[in-house]
Design a protein around this ligand. Structure first.
Ligand SMILES: [Zn+2]
Ligand SMILES: [Zn+2]
Length: 76
């Protein structure tokens, strides 16, 4: 597996939520938990994009409330 940002060989990757690339740990600028099971990742490239950074920062951290399992298609 190759990091799609720095081309380093990696065995574990995270997917950037903004460019959808598989990036290695060192290319991930920041991450945050957005639900009990999900995390949002932003890579260094997207971090330098002000629009995307703003979007990332405004990501609401989902409160630990019960969400019916039937809303499978609706995420966040
Ligand atoms: Zn990388
Ligand atoms: Zn990105």
């Amino acid at each position: 597996m190759i990091c799609e940002r720095c081309s380093n060989e990696i065995y574990k990757y995270d997917v950037c939520n903004y460019c959808n690339r598989k990036v290695c740990f060192s290319c991930v600028k920041s991450q945050k938990k957005i639900s009990p099971t999900e995390r949002a990742y932003i890579c260094k490239d997207c971090w330098s994009n002000l629009k995307r950074r703003k979007k990332y920062k405004s990501y609401m951290v989902v409160k630990a409330v019960f969400v019916p399992r039937t809303q499978e298609g609706r995420r966040y």
